[in-house]
Design a protein around this ligand. Structure first.
Ligand code: ADP
Ligand code: MG
Length: 223
């Protein structure tokens, strides 16, 4: 469902020097599969996920999601493709602080394929164990609960692909393991593929299928 070919990305440093961060000749993920990519901090994992999500644009190469080429689209079409097919779980959650738990999830549906549906948002929040916190604001929640809101928001649009960027990086070990199990379960229930990146061996150990991002990314492998 995800095909990446000859993907390259470089950034300019403040002194104007360009450095290549990403050079991924080939990567793919099957529908419904769960894969963890292992990579050190600074190896380009977040950049890779942001390219797949269409938040960043590549210098060259191709990213196709269910055959639709993200890399060929305008920014607004990329935004639409992301809303239709991708759920993104950020390390720092990225919740809107001025909105309640329910509103955070409903707002995530506004650009989605089926529009805002409070009842479905409530169901997904109940599924992640937050049915009793719908009217709370993010700051009134524990870090683990905030993570659950982020999981609900990522899953609420029936995505085909869930991207998780160090999703347990801000949780202690116990809550991290619980959150990880929840993410894997809800992806499985919805038939969404899961691509998770992490440098945490305990997170990576939970996955049957792991790949070394450093081996995928020639920009790192060559240095
Ligand atoms: N917008 C940017 N401008 C310049 N350099 C960047 C930018 N984003 C990331 N980088 C650099 O790209 C490299 C990879 O970053 P990142 O993808 O965040 O790695 P990771 O998620 O694996 O820690 C780092 O060296 C980082 O400093
Ligand atoms: Mg990162």
């Amino acid at each position: 469902m995800l095909e990446v070919t000859d993907l390259r990305k470089s950034f300019s440093s403040p002194d104007g020097e360009r450095s290549e961060i990403l050079d991924v000749p080939s990567f793919s993920l099957a529908a419904g599969a769960q894969l963890a990519l292992r990579g050190e901090s600074g190896s380009g994992k977040s950049t890779f996920l942001n390219l797949i999500a269409g938040i960043l644009t590549a210098d060259s190469g191709r990213i196709a999601i269910e055959g639709e080429e993200m890399t060929a689209l305008s920014e607004s079409r990329r935004d639409r493709l992301r809303a239709a097919k991708i759920g993104y779980i950020f390390q720092t959650f990225n919740l809107l602080q001025g909105y309640t738990v329910l509103e955070n999830v409903v707002l995530g549906m506004c650009f989605g394929p089926r529009g805002a549906d409070r009842r479905h948002a409530r169901e997904v929040l109940e599924r992640v164990g937050l049915g009793h916190r719908l009217d709370h604001f993010p700051r009134q929640l524990s870090t683990g609960q905030q993570q659950r809101v982020a999981v609900a928001r990522a899953l609420v649009n029936w995505p085909k692909l869930v991207l998780a960027d160090e999703p347990t990086g801000n949780l202690d070990h116990k809550h991290g393991q619980v959150a990880l199990a929840l993410i894997r379960e809800v992806c499985h229930e919805q038939g969404a593929a899961l691509l998770l990146v992490s440098h945490d061996e305990q997170v990576l150990a939970a996955f049957e299928t792991r790949q070394d991002f450093t081996a995928l990314n020639r920009a790192i492998a060559g240095t």
